[in-house]
Write a protein that binds this ligand. Sequence first.
Ligand code: 8ID
Ligand code: ZN
Length: 350
Amino acid sequence: SVPKKQWAQVVEKTGGPVVYKEIDVQEPGPDEVLVNIKYSGVCHTDLHAVNGDWPLPTKLPLVGGHEGAGVVVAKGNLVEDIEIGDHAGVKWINGSCLQCDFCQQSDEPLCGKALLSGYTVDGSFQQYCIAKAAHVARLHKDIPLDAVAPVLCAGITVYKGLKESGARPGQSVAIVGAGGGLGSLAQQYAKAMGLKTIAIDTGDEKKKMCTEQLGSYAFVDFAKSQNVVKDVQAATEDGLGPHAVILVAVNEKPFQQAAEYVRPRGTVICIGLPAGAYLKAPVFESVIKMITIRGSYVGNRKDSAEALEFFRRGVIKAPFKVVGLSELQKVYDAMHQGQIAGRYVVDTSK
Ligand code: 8ID
Ligand code: ZN
């Protein structure tokens, strides 16, 4: 049976810190499910939410988290296609109207009424989380709930971004911010899609992870390199630059550089959301190289199911570390310092 009280990490004021405390368990509405979250990944978006980095206010008090994997324990009376006991994932898109132009074309992330887990509605840094049944990710029971958690945002987002890039098997993709959560999964999805990856990030731990564990054939250390643009181009076979660039760094600088090193006809995909940042590209080179620069925002329900299926097949393996939910603030501190290689996952029972 579902308890009345539960442990959660609560943002009481923008800027933090998060407060670990007991709060009430909510009841699902008619079109909602209640998921007993077992594990949740910690995304840099959660830290942006704590810090109020973006021009979009969060609810307050707020329970963050949007990579929540667990078990359905209650459901509303309109929910027919998911059963109590099923495994489910709470994603960034908690719900959407399902009626607007965008929802009708399965661009649900663009829905003006989209509910955002851990941002405009309470998310997965609690033991019992509500999500709209239409959007909750269905997880096969043979999928481990700890390892799959990061796929629920990071995996879906980079898989979608790679599709949006139009890169084809055999081509090369630069992953900028490769040592972080999204970046580590991006290398695995790219590899599974037959792409070659150049990892860009900093430090020996991330270099080792990217080249020895995640399959990148080259690593450019942005802090050590004298000229990132030249080094990235030099890392491609013919020196003309990668066919696509996936920007998942939390820093404005690489958003200013990517158009310079991407290959002619290439595509720059912007995913990272550094506070107050602007895109900048030289008009001359952008025009004569015929480059494309586009934004990519999570994924729709089908992208999500596809990204999860790659994971279920065992072709996506990215490192993660598990700590108790009670230790979330420590994870944020390490993330702020750029010290996390891969992803942290919190165990809501501790
Ligand atoms: O749908 C979306 N567009 C979406 C979905 C999910 C997350 C966007 N995001 C955004 C987050 O809000 C965040 O801004 O993507 C960004 C990356 O999230 P993350 O992967 O969870 O962050 P992380 O684990 O902290 O990794 C960031 C990496 O960037 C590197 C850091 O060293 C770190 O490994 N980095 C930085 I900061 N500056 C860099 C630079 N100049 C850099 N790497 C290369 N060059
Ligand atoms: Zn996220």
